[in-house]
Design a protein around this ligand. Structure first.
Ligand SMILES: [Zn+2]
Length: 383
């Protein structure tokens, strides 16, 4: 059985591990420890910034720095087994029963003494016993897959470009700033105020009549570009069709002359199959030009209005939420000298599709952007 290549832990690394253990047992949270280490430019695992999860890990699974028994001179094999999730294709780990673990004593690897290890385990026990952690465990939050918040996964930090995550129940902030300490936009924003601002942008700013003129122009340009590309593809297919037909004619002539080999038969079948595929592609109708409704803006606003009204109805809310989320590509939060600016990027296909069902099919989403921005007075947010 192979044993880890690193047979001793160097002195600097050992000191760092002891420091992390000591800080945690003194009551410093893994998140705060990660921030401190990143602020001191101490590289984390594999040279990346420190993350709280790499420190905290999972106690029973033996993951995370604070649960690595190698630091008390024990190497545990076969604690976890890895299987491939058939649905996602991702590797997931499962805990093996304790009797299957293989424990090797490696005293030369020890860097943390038993007293410090015990202090860390005691502190972990205290944290687990707090009402807050108990409440989280009872809600089994990890089993809830349905999105219940409007902005989940859509917010971007205007400073570092990273995502936002929840801070407590009611606030959102840049993950990199809060967890890694690698971004300076540390301010948190009240979730319901951000949601209200974004809904307002969707209703009032994104599809304003004056903005729609520019929008229609860019959509038309996009559709024309799409048609030009379609034309080029058809021309290529037609050229290939001529070539395949010519080669087939040659083969038919050879067969007529009495040549019948197995290779010839295979070649004939291949070319005939290719010809059939080309004909199927050429038979598909070319996309029809789409004329956007002249009152697109008005229809759109009414629909968003209706959708936002249904958000208060618990029965319809999940559906309305998904539809509204579908209209948003991203929401970027910038902190500026004069306050906070929110840039909303609309998902063009869904925007047009909502106001004019059917039109969205021919628009190549992604290359046309609709961006609306709004500034807030800093006092809008209670911090
Ligand atoms: Zn950031």
């Amino acid at each position: 059985m192979p044993v880890t290549g690193e047979r001793t832990i160097n002195a600097d690394h050992a000191a760092l591990i002891r420091r992390i253990f000591a800080e945690f047992s003194d009551g410093v949270s893994p998140k705060a420890i990660a921030r401190r280490l990143n602020a001191e430019h101490i590289p984390g695992p594999r040279g990346k910034p420190w993350r709280d999860t790499a420190i905290r890990g999972h106690r029973t699974r033996g993951t995370g720095l604070l649960n690595n028994e190698l630091y008390i001179g024990r190497l545990i094999w076969n604690r976890l087994r890895y299987i491939k999730d058939p649905e996602s294709g991702r590797r997931v780990s499962r805990l093996n029963p304790r009797e299957q673990w293989i424990i090797t004593e490696v005293p030369e690897m020890r860097v943390v003494n038993d007293a410090l290890w015990a202090r860390v385990k005691r502190r972990q026990g205290e944290i687990d016993a707090t009402p807050r952690v108990q409440a989280i465990k009872e809600t089994r939050f990890w089993e809830k897959k349905r999105t219940t918040h409007l902005l989940t996964g859509l917010l971007r930090c205007g400073c570092c470009g990273g995502g936002f995550a929840a801070v407590g129940k009611d606030y959102l902030a840049c993950s990199a700033a809060r967890k890694l300490g690698t971004c300076t936009q540390r301010r948190s924003f009240k979730r319901n105020e951000l949601e209200a601002a974004v809904l307002n942008l969707l209703r009032e700013r994104l599809m304003r009549p004056d903005a729609v003129a520019a929008f229609v122009t860019s959509v038309s340009r996009e559709m024309n570009a799409g048609r030009a590309e379609e034309g080029a593809i058809r021309a290529r297919l037609e050229a290939e069709r001529r070539q395949v037909t010519r080669r087939l004619d040659g083969l038919y002539d050879a067969i007529a002359d009495g040549l019948r080999t197995a290779g010839l038969k295979t070649k004939l079948e291949d070319l005939e199959a290719r010809l059939g595929m080309i004909d199927t592609k050429l038979a598909a109708p070319a996309p029809s030009p789409v004329r956007l409704h002249p009152r697109l803006s008005e229809i759109y606003r009414r629909k968003v209005e209706e959708l936002s009204a249904t958000l208060t109805d618990p029965e319809i809310r999940p559906m309305a939420l998904e539809t509204i989320r579908g209209l948003i590509q991203s929401v970027t939060i910038h902190e500026t000298d004069s306050g906070v600016r929110i840039d909303l990027e609309g998902a063009i296909t869904a925007l047009v599709g909502l106001a004019q069902p059917g039109a969205d099919a021919v628009i190549n989403a992604g290359s046309v952007k609709v961006v609306a921005g709004v500034g807030f007075e800093p006092t809008t947010f209670r911090l």
